[in-house]
Ligand binder design. Structure first.
Ligand code: GZL
Length: 313
């Protein structure tokens, strides 16, 4: 009788212990770039809301736009022995050493929203992001049609060295170069933020003024800054100067309804569910595609009013 009781007690302990291991919340570190744009804020909200829903213990770090702060955050996550790391890399290069440390600690790393250049692709599990070259091409194709294949364009670039800045520039230029009467007469970074976008557009207007027929901004926040600069220069954005940008945030749809922005190419920031699923799959030993590509749509101003109510960010 005594052995039977002992056996039952052992069984209860084993079950309790195994439940406790599996029911312990996942501890995930998320290294976010910063809060430079409405798109970035939407991405952060998606990650935090998903972590909340899943009962994940999220360690969140805002790098204020600095790679060294992201590297520090990743080292801190490793020291805290997190189960997984999600990284939105501010730029493409400089990640190998710290990602090798994560690999040595057997912590899976999922990239969201921007890619990186590494010699060893095993340093990250997967990249969940849009195709920025496609986004740049779509903006270019739309502008070629709108401008009847002629005109002078000024370009507001994203953060130097960032995958979206590099690839949106590449994609757009690959289309424009096919039309000899379309020229990119100025191109400069506005760092993906509204204030810098406005400032750079003011300088463009001072230098080129009425020669400018269109603005291509790598994100909506810079486009909204440019729109402000165009108005302050006494011109009508959306009419005197055509404005096309990328992201598809709420402010862009409002500007299109107001007739000041002509077109935005969507870039989905709601990556939380896919990011945490990827970490779980990696922990379960599943093999993932190296790039989980997000599909994006082009929204010209003509559809903005109808589409707005269904927008999720
Ligand atoms: C794109 C993302 C870019 C957005 C900007 O995935 O990295 O950074 O287009 C954001 O708005 O600042």
């Amino acid at each position: 009788m005594k052995t039977k009781k002992l056996l039952v007690l052992c069984l209860i302990l084993i079950v309790a212990f195994s439940v406790s291991i599996f029911s312990k919340p996942l501890k995930i570190g998320f290294s976010q770039i910063g809060a430079e744009s409405a798109w970035r804020t939407a991405e952060t909200e998606s990650m935090k809301a998903t972590a909340e829903e899943l009962g994940v213990d999220l360690k969140f770090s805002d790098a204020q736009g600095k790679q060294e702060n992201q590297i520090k955050a990743i080292r801190s996550f490793i020291a805290q022995k997190v189960d997984g790391i999600i990284l939105a890399p501010v730029v493409e290069t400089g990640w190998e050493p710290v990602l090798r440390e994560a690999k040595r600690a057997k912590i899976p790393v999922v990239l969201v929203d921007r890619g990186i250049k590494v010699s060893d692709p095993s340093l990250y599990v997967t990249l969940i992001a849009s195709d920025f070259v496609f986004e740049g091409e779509e903006a270019g194709k739309w502008l070629v049609k709108k401008m009847n294949k002629k005109g002078n364009i000024v370009e507001l670039q994203g953060t130097p060295g960032a995958a979206p800045a590099i690839d949106r520039k590449k994609g757009f230029a690959s289309i424009i170069k096919k039309y000899p009467n379309m020229k990119i007469i100025k191109s400069q970074t506005g760092n993906f933020n509204r204030a810098d976008g406005k400032q750079v557009m003011e300088a463009f207007l001072k230098a080129e003024g009425k020669k400018i027929n269109a603005v291509y901004a790598h994100n909506d926040d810079m486009a909204l800054g440019a729109i402000q600069a165009i108005e302050e220069a006494g011109m009508k954005p959306g009419k005197d100067i055509i404005v096309v940008s990328i992201d598809g945030v709420k402010g862009a749809f409002e500007a299109m309804v107001d007739g000041k922005l002509n077109c935005t190419v969507e870039c989905n920031p709601l990556l939380g569910p896919l990011a945490f699923q990827a970490i779980k799959d990696a922990l379960a030993g599943k093999k993932l595609k190296k790039w989980i590509k997000q599909n994006d749509e082009v929204f010209p101003m003509e559809v903005a009013e109808d589409v707005m109510p269904s927008r999720k960010y």
